[in-house]
Design a protein around this ligand. Structure first.
Ligand code: PEP
Ligand code: MG
Length: 726
């Protein structure tokens, strides 16, 4: 038996595809076990039904047609219980569900085992026989071992997209996938794939003669010029829709396009006898390799931009014209690597969502989706993109999930959600001028998180009482070198002026971790535990001082400026940073500026800071809990890692207990506490935070009125008694 099992496993491993593997399993298992039928059912994730995928012994036409709901029939029972079921006579079991198509009327003995991977039931493997007899222990062992083997093959096939096509083949043509939330909201639209038609990787080598060199060089320059014009047009089209910094990206592309490293390297290759397309391919590949090798996520994204440039040039070299797609219906933009320039190719009024197989919530496209108020799902790395083209797609930006060719039930559910969101938005608009108060009049100021100038007007229109977190690294990400004092001051001044007299909390540069500047690469094995935030700033006082000066000097509007330091893990860092702030302040006042000394606060986002709250509270004026990082560091769960996403829980007792401690100690010193991590924007979590005694909340603009509604629905006492943490 052991030998037969090993042989089956060997044969399955040698199978060319999943379908063949399944047929081998059902046929060989039937032979080895000497039973009358062996069948495999897969779970269709979209409908949660078990679908008959392969059988040896039951009627073949039943494949794909037989479907069991969870708990339905004996097969559904195995799925439900996630454990083997071995019974003498299926017909006598209360869960028996007769289906005529399989021709199983004469089968009695039933053995079903679940196929499980990572605690998730992927399907059920079933052996049947006509005899009324339980299966032996060795039969159970064999089937269990095969099911475990099959689990690996199925998840691999799922990753490669093969599972979906197999389900497609049997009529289960819809599927869903989970990535990362890039921007919240829900939308339904038709998938438009934004693949540049030109494929650099497919360009072959082609040696040219000496007298063809000139012609090839000219063709190359012509293509480069066309791309440059294209960028100008795209940039014009996006004007008004996105902020100046985002528009500036097109200038960055134009600079890359004209850079010596791109032009000279390609021309040199042409001169050496390679045709323009092949030369371009080599040059781009060389650049991409350098960027791809970088561990830093932001820099890897720059590789995407270079590839995009390369494809655009190639497209013109291949004499293909790009044209804005003729689109007049709701569109979900889907791409392996959606870039900002591709985003600009779809008429914005029809763009309802973005799905990108790469990137995270920090990618430019995610940030732009936020600004455009549309949902985005990022990092769907196994998305079978070509199967999605032209299909209807539901995008759930809250959970980071998409549903392709959704079933009517899913569609109805999301249409209902969209209707509800619209109705809620209309209802919420009425709250704009209402105070953010509990039913018994306790005021909980609601602030916005931002870093984009384009967020200013929606933020003001939302009734926000100020900016609780201005992420200064976002404008830095849009530049191609550290911006100088005056350039920074201009941006900060606009924000302060627009929000005046409302407070604006500028967080000093929080780079490192997964937010690296393209022009300041930091390569580390463990970036989140490495050179991040205040640590970099203290090591580079020249960068820190420039920023502090730029911020302090524009504090000329009702003293509405607040300064906040990120990633504080030690009291010494605060003392050092305050020393530098004092230095900058003295320099500016010595230069004759009449500006107030700033109100200074800290982010509490590293567990060690929670335990130094007394010492910290004696040094600064306010605190803001960065629950995104605090959760990641307390629970040892990478906030961007999909693999452990289920362990990431900002409502974990340890997180709540830490926040409670921060609030208690801060209040002892009469210092206010805000929360500016994502949890503050979730209405239920926001109530928990209010229950914990947090004084104000800061969130992305889209969440503000929802949280206000939640706060206005309860009394302080109700919230405290409902959510008090013991
Ligand atoms: C946080 O960590 O909760 C936070 C607000 O900062 P960021 O998400 O920018 O790291
Ligand atoms: Mg943080």
């Amino acid at each position: 038996m052991f030998d037969s099992l090993r042989q089956i496993i060997q044969d399955v491993n040698d199978a060319s595809d999943l379908k063949q593997a399944l047929n081998i399993i059902v046929q060989r298992t039937r032979e080895v076990m000497r039973v009358d039928a062996v069948s495999v059912y897969f779970r269709d994730e979209n409908t949660n039904q078990l679908v008959l995928m392969a059988t040896n012994g039951l009627n073949q036409p039943a494949i794909g047609k037989i479907r069991f709901d969870q708990g339905q029939g004996l097969v559904g029972l195995v799925l439900d219980r996630a454990e083997p079921l071995n019974i003498k006579d299926a017909h006598e079991h209360p869960n028996y569900h007769f289906v005529s198509e399989t021709g199983e009327i004469s089968f009695h003995g039933f053995l079903g085992v679940p196929i499980i991977q990572n605690r998730h039931v992927l399907g059920v493997l079933v052996a049947r026989r006509t005899e009324k007899r339980r299966f032996s222990a060795s039969g159970e062992t064999l089937l269990l071992t095969l099911a475990a083997q099959l689990a690996g093959a199925i998840s691999y096939a799922a990753k490669m997209g093969e599972l979906n096509s197999l389900l497609d083949g049997v009529g289960g043509n819809s599927f869903n996938m989970k990535g990362l939330s890039g921007s919240s909201g829900v939308a339904i639209g038709e998938a438009v794939i934004v693949f540049p038609p030109a494929n650099l990787d497919a360009v072959p080598d082609n040696t040219i003669l000496e007298d063809e060199v000139g012609e090839q060089v000219n063709a190359f320059f012509e293509a480069v010029n066309k791309v440059e014009n294209e960028f100008k047009e795209l940039s014009l089209r996006m004007e008004g829709a996105i902020s100046k910094e985002e528009l500036a990206l097109f200038d960055v592309y134009a600079l890359m396009l004209k850079s010596d490293s791109l032009i000279d390297a390609t021309v040199n290759r042409i001169n050496a006898g390679q045709w323009a397309q092949g030369s371009l391919r080599e040059t781009i590949a060389e650049h991409v390799k350098q960027f791809d090798a970088m561990e830093d996520a932001y820099l890897r994204e720059r590789a995407v931009d270079i590839k995009d440039l390369g494809r655009r040039i190639l497209m013109h070299l291949q004499a293909q014209q790009t044209s804005t797609q003729e689109i007049s219906r709701p569109v979900v933009l889907v791409g392996e690597e959606v870039t900002v320039s591709q985003l600009a190719e779809v008429p914005l009024q029809h763009l309802v969502a973005i799905v990108s197989t790469r990137g995270s919530s920090l990618s430019h496209v995610a940030i732009l989706s936020h600004a455009l108020g549309i949902p985005a799902v990022m990092g769907l790395d196994n998305l079978p993109v070509n199967r999605i083209k032209g299909q209807q797609v539901v995008v759930d930006g809250y959970s980071g999930e998409i549903y392709v060719k959704p079933s009517q039930t899913i569609l109805d559910e999301f249409h209902r959600l969209i209707r509800e969101e619209k109705a809620l938005d209309a209802e919420l608009k009425e709250l704009i001028d209402e105070p953010s108060e509990t039913l018994d009049g306790v005021h909980i100021p609601l602030h916005v998180n931002t870093g984009l100038l384009s967020d200013i007007s929606p933020s003001l229109q939302s009734g926000a009482e100020g900016v609780g977190l201005y992420r200064t690294e976002i404008p830095f990400l849009m530049c191609d070198g550290f911006p100088g004092e005056d350039e920074q001051a201009q941006t900060y001044q606009q924000v302060l002026q627009c929000f005046s007299p409302r407070p604006v909390i500028f967080r000093t540069l929080d780079i490192g971790g997964d937010k690296a500047l393209p022009y300041f690469p930091v390569v580390e094995d463990n970036p989140f535990l490495g050179w991040r935030g205040i640590r970099i700033m203290l090591d580079h006082p020249e960068i820190f001082l420039t920023q502090i000066r730029a911020i302090l000097k524009v504090n000329i509007y009702d003293n509405n400026l607040r300064l906040m330091l990120p990633m504080i893990s030690d009291v010494g860092e605060v003392d050092e940073a305050i020393g530098l702030i004092r230095k900058a302040y003295k320099e500016l006042t010595d230069e004759g500026m009449d500006i107030p000394y700033p109100v200074i606060g800290l982010m509490i986002e590293v567990p060690s800071a929670v335990y130094q709250m007394d010492a910290l509270a004696r040094r600064v004026d306010f605190f803001s809990v960065g629950s995104n990082d605090l959760t990641q560091y307390l629970l040892a769960v990478d906030r961007n890692n999909k693999q452990v996403a289920e362990l990431y829980n900002c409502l974990h007792p340890s997180v709540l207990k830490s926040i409670q401690q921060v609030v208690n100690i801060a209040h002892k010193y009469n210092k206010p506490v805000s929360v500016c991590g994502e949890m503050a924007g979730d209405p239920a979590s926001a109530l928990v935070l209010v229950g914990l005694g947090v004084d104000s909340l800061s969130m992305s603009v889209g969440s503000l009125l929802r949280v206000k509604l939640a706060i206005r629905s309860f009394t302080q006492k109700q919230i405290t008694s409902l959510f008090m943490y013991h």
